[in-house]
Design a protein around this ligand. Structure first.
Ligand SMILES: [Zn+2]
Length: 118
C-alpha cells in the first residue's frame, strides 16, 4: 500500500500539480483535471444502489480551477481547497495515482514527438 503514497507533491505552475511516488512514477496533473475529477457527491452526483439520486451540480465558477491549498486527510489522501470556496473533495492517494496514470497515458498516445520516429 505504501508504494501508492506520493513522496512529493509540488506546484509546477499556476495550473499544474506535480506528484512523485515511491516507486519512481511521477506525473504533472492539470488542476483543471483535478477539479473536474473532484470525488465529492456535489460534483459527481450521489448514487444509491446504482441509481443516481443526486445529479452532479458542478458548473463553471470563477476560480474553480485555482487551487488554494491541499490539506492532509489522515494518511490516505488530501483535501483540496479551491479559490471558489469548494473544499469537500478528498483525493485519496489511489485517486491521484489513477489521474496521474491517465495523464501519462494520454501523453504517450497523443505525443507528436514519437509519431514520425522509429
Ligand atoms: Zn467536489
Amino acid at each position: 500500500m505504501d508504494a501508492l503514497r506520493p513522496t512529493r507533491i509540488e506546484r509546477l505552475d499556476q495550473m499544474t500539480l506535480r506528484i512523485e511516488w515511491g516507486d519512481g512514477f511521477s506525473a504533472a496533473i492539470p488542476l483543471e483535471l483535478l477539479r473536474h475529477s473532484c470525488p465529492c457527491a456535489y460534483c459527481q452526483g450521489e448514487q444509491v444502489f446504482g441509481t443516481t439520486v443526486m445529479l452532479p451540480l458542478q458548473q463553471y465558477a470563477a476560480g474553480m480551477n485555482e487551487l488554494v491549498a491541499l490539506e492532509p486527510v489522515g494518511n490516505y489522501g488530501v483535501r483540496a481547497r479551491w479559490a471558489d470556496g469548494h473544499n469537500t473533495g478528498i483525493y485519496t492517494w489511489q485517486l491521484l495515482r489513477e489521474l496521474a496514470q491517465k495523464v501519462e497515458q494520454e501523453k504517450t498516445t497523443h505525443s507528436p514527438d514519437t509519431e514520425d520516429e522509429a
